[in-house]
Design a protein. Structure first.
Lengths: 137, 368
């Protein structure tokens, strides 16, 4: 699990309970967790954070704006940072394959179990590490 | 016809015996009109000719003294001039009458069909409207409920982690209780999923698959569930490949819904038979339970949304099954006897040829 230690992650979710639970599960594994309840705050956080985040986890349906906005902001500013989409209720046409096309690293539907979440985070982070190391050459 | 001719002959005889002084030739019209109405124009013409012949024969044999020898023939011709147009007009009238009757009959039938069609469409529209309202609500509720559910599941995982630390890795009562809560959470989520699936039916992503392999694999994973329910699973699945174009998740979900219904129909245990038969152009899945069975009234309402005989059911399970089956160009049948059990039969079209080597597009696959 040392791939997770000291990695920085931004979680954006308008549901405070979900946000709290996600933060607890991830910070236990040694991740540095930042959180935002609003999409606007999330995008601010992205801009102002000292170093780019290693990972962004975002809800899809939120008031005023959607997680898609965060994802597109991320793809533009930090194309190498992976985004995991979590949603309570997805459009059935937005399949995991569709999300992959959009550039999401993973797509999960609530309720998510902790092992499933950690496994996904683990996989996404090691994939992006591989991509970065191979891209550097 | 014979009767008409006899009648005509009878009139001829009366005509002959009463002599020329009493004119009764108009009575020939009785058999002529009658046969025209009953049989038709040619019969009417025939009886007219025979009647005139009788009249002429009578006339000639009476040796009535006419002022000119041609007069009997002239009179006969006059009678024909009376009879034939009558036959013609009457038969035309009769044809129009029959045509009208036939038209009314056809129109009435068409009207009945249209009324039935409209009633069906109206029913379907009401059902679709109901589902749309429920769908909108379901989406809203799902969003509001699945967020806290998600938080509960994650938090439970954390609590479990804490307990396991304190319990020195031996799974204790605390962990068990958490398992119970998790099961209930899953139940809530299943209800939401049912409503969501109904509100926004996911289009089937059809791929070529072997229904036999799918069923065998999924049923193996369910052994524990059967054991817990004290139900004997009788496996009658043909191991012959059953190549179909289908969405494996949806197909299994549909079959699983039926299996669950079967298990719930046998609270005291029993036998659940799952069979697969591969026929020339169809794969036939049967799920049979030895539960209480259903009354005719219950069977009629099987596929009506929100109607359930269970204490805790959404009444959507079989509606979803029906949707999935329809999307796979299949059909579903149910046989049930009170006190004996219920059997559901699902037919799915095989891909072209039993070997499944040639891919055939099935209806609906263009959506995938």
């Amino acid at each position: 699990m040392n791939t997770l230690a000291n990695k920085s992650v931004l979680i954006v979710d308008d549901d405070p309970g979900m946000l709290r639970a996600l933060e607890k599960v991830l910070s236990r594994e040694g991740l540095q967790v930042s959180r935002a309840t609003w999409v606007r705050d999330g995008i601010e956080e992205l801009k102002n954070h000292a170093t780019p985040f290693d990972l962004v986890i975002t809800d899809l349906r939120m008031p005023m704006a959607s997680g898609l906005m965060i994802m597109h902001a991320m793809r533009n500013a930090y194309p190498s940072v992976p985004v995991i989409i979590i949603t309570a209720y997805g459009n059935p046409e937005m399949t995991p394959a569709w999300w992959a096309e959009q550039g999401a690293a993973a797509y999960l539907e609530k309720p998510i179990e902790a092992p499933q979440l950690l496994e996904t985070v683990h996989r996404v982070l090691s994939d992006s590490a591989k991509a970065i190391s191979s891209g550097a050459r | 016809m014979v009767l008409a001719l006899t009648l005509a002959a009878g009139i001829g005889v009366i005509d002959y015996s009463t002599g020329r002084d009493a004119v009764i030739s108009a009575f020939y019209l009785v058999p002529i009109c009658w046969i025209t109405w009953i049989v038709g124009r040619s019969a009417g013409v025939a009886v007219s000719l025979v009647s005139v012949l009788f009249w002429l024969l009578g006339d000639l044999s009476l040796e009535y003294s006419y002022t000119h020898p041609v007069l009997p023939y002239w009179n006969a011709a006059m009678l024909l001039v009376l009879f034939l147009p009558t036959v013609y007009l009457l038969s035309a009238f009769q044809r129009a009458h029959l045509h009208l009757e036939e038209t009314v009959r056809l129109r009435t039938a068409a009207l009945h069909r249209e009324i039935e069609e409209r009633q069906r469409a109206e029913k379907a529209r009401i059902q679709a409207e109901r589902l749309a309202v429920v769908g909108g609500m379901a989406a809203q509720v799902a969003h509001e409920v699945r967020n806290p559910l998600g938080a509960i599941v994650l938090t439970l995982d954390l609590v479990k982690g804490e307990l396991e630390k304190n319990e020195d890795r031996a799974p204790g009562e605390g962990t068990e209780l958490i398992g119970d809560i998790r099961e209930e959470v899953q139940r809530i989520d299943r209800v939401i999923m049912d409503y969501l699936a109904l509100a926004h039916p996911r289009k089937a992503r059809l791929e070529s698959l072997d229904l036999s392999a799918l069923l065998c694999h999924k049923l193996t994973l369910m052994r524990g569930v059967f054991a817990q329910a004290d139900v004997f699973l009788k496996d009658e699945i043909s191991r012959r490949p059953a190549p179909v174009n289908g969405d494996p998740d949806q197909l299994w979900q549909a079959i699983l819904n039926i299996i669950r219904n079967g298990l719930e129909a046998m609270p005291g245990g029993g036998t659940l038979t799952v069979s697969l038969e591969v026929e020339k152009d169809a794969a036939i899945v049967r799920v049979r339970d030895t539960g209480g069975g259903m009354t005719g009234e219950q069977q009629e309402k099987l596929f009506v949304p929100f109607v359930t005989s269970k204490a805790h059911g959404t009444g959507l399970g079989l509606v979803l099954v029906q949707q999935v089956v329809a999307e796979h160009a299949g059909r579903i049948e149910c046989l049930s006897t009170v006190g004996e059990g219920t059997q559901f039969t699902l037919h799915f079209p095989l891909r072209n040829g039993p070997d499944g080597l040639t891919l055939l597009e099935v209806p609906g696959s263009e959506n995938s």
